[in-house]
Design a binder for this molecule. Structure first.
Ligand SMILES: Cc1cc2nc3c(=O)[nH]c(=O)nc-3n(C[C@H](O)[C@H](O)[C@H](O)COP(=O)(O)OP(=O)(O)OC[C@H]3O[C@@H](n4cnc5c(N)ncnc54)[C@H](O)[C@@H]3O)c2cc1C
Length: 301
């Protein structure tokens, strides 16, 4: 728990990030969780996944941009992603973070950037998933999602099971027929807003999974936790939920054998494929989830 807190604390330190990212050895290590630096790397990874009947969601790494220009540039990169997915016939959609689209600068700038992306995705018959960031952004993120969802049905959202508020948020989203990716939550949160014990988050995850599987929309259950996977399979079996009514999602580079196994057993599986040079906070959150990964780094070094 202490190590996790340290890693999540460091994930937000820009100066520390700049020093780490200068070393090519760390860049190479990040490739355990990141497809590469360019869109071509992401396309290549998606093709490999697609060959095994696994779908993908592209993520261009980057968050908390500070200028309008950076936010617009980030939005333009997502237009490139959608065009490349279409051109290379990848079975993939895209996931994005609102702080990468200018949420810290102005919610209206962010909304117009994301709307441009969702509109292009709509033209290409594709889908955009809005990732959920720390709890400082939950209200703003849900607000932007709801505004977009009223106009477009090809946009979905992420809900984090560690937040106390999530059941209520899910109820609101289901009322507007929104599509949800349920995950546990990856940020450092105080006990005033989030469960601190794994057991409590897990119980809430299972409760919320049941709500999603019994809903009429198509939702995603994002976890590598075998207990959560089994609970999902049990809920589906008990309630006769067909395999094609929902999908599992996992992150690139984590539990690859289990990803394949679930697909071979007839379940839908989508992999989150991040790429880009801004890998540092993403990489640190992955280490925070499983500090044992630090041993992998030490072994590498
Ligand atoms: C597709 C996808 C999208 C996500 N989007 C978001 C988002 O928008 N917002 C957000 O806050 N979080 C997001 N997350 C991260 C999520 O919140 C969790 O932090 C992460 O998935 C770890 O939780 P877990 O359910 O896998 O279980 P945990 O309880 O963390 O882990 C259970 C077991 O899974 C395996 N495992 C978990 N993580 C790792 C790892 N890094 N390396 C190796 N093995 C591991 C280990 O065997 C571990 O014992 C996303 C996760 C996925 C899979």
């Amino acid at each position: 728990m202490l190590l996790r807190s340290i890693l999540l604390y460091l994930s937000r330190k820009k100066k520390f990030a700049e020093s780490i990212m200068k070393f090519s050895v760390f860049n190479k290590m990040a490739l355990r969780f990141v497809a590469g630096h360019t869109i071509n790397d992401a396309v290549e990874s998606a093709h490999k996944l697609n060959q095994t009947k696994i779908t993908a969601t592209f993520d261009h790494l980057g968050e908390n941009v500070l200028t309008d220009e950076q936010a617009i540039e980030s939005a333009n990169e997502y237009i490139v992603i959608l065009n490349e997915i279409n051109k290379h016939k990848c079975i993939a959609n895209a996931s994005l973070k609102l702080t990468q689209m200018g949420l810290d600068i102005s919610p209206s700038l962010c909304l117009s950037n994301v709307e441009k992306i969702v509109k292009r995705a709509n033209e290409l018959n594709n889908f955009i998933r809005i990732d959920m960031e720390s709890s400082n952004y939950t209200d703003l993120t849900l607000d932007i999602f709801q505004k977009l969802r009223k106009q477009y049905n090809n946009v979905g959202i992420v809900i984090q099971a560690y937040l106390y508020r999530s059941e209520k948020d899910i109820d609101e989203i289901l009322k507007m027929k929104g599509s949800i990716r349920l995950c546990k939550g990856a940020y450092m949160e105080p006990s005033t807003v989030a469960f601190k014990k794994k057991k409590e988050t897990d119980l809430n995850f299972i409760k919320l999974t049941e709500k999603l599987l019994l809903d009429s929309e198509y939702h995603a259950i994002a976890t590598h936790d075998e207990k959560m996977i089994q609970a999902t399979l049990d809920i589906a079996k008990k309630n006769n939920v067909p395999n094609n009514h929902y999908e599992f999602q996992m992150l690139y580079g984590i539990r690859r054998e289990r990803q394949l196994e679930l697909v071979q057993q007839g379940y839908n599986m989508r992999i989150y494929v991040p790429y880009g040079k801004e890998w540092y906070p993403y990489f640190m959150r992955r280490l925070g989830e499983r500090p044992a990964n630090i041993f992998f780094i030490l072994k590498y070094m």
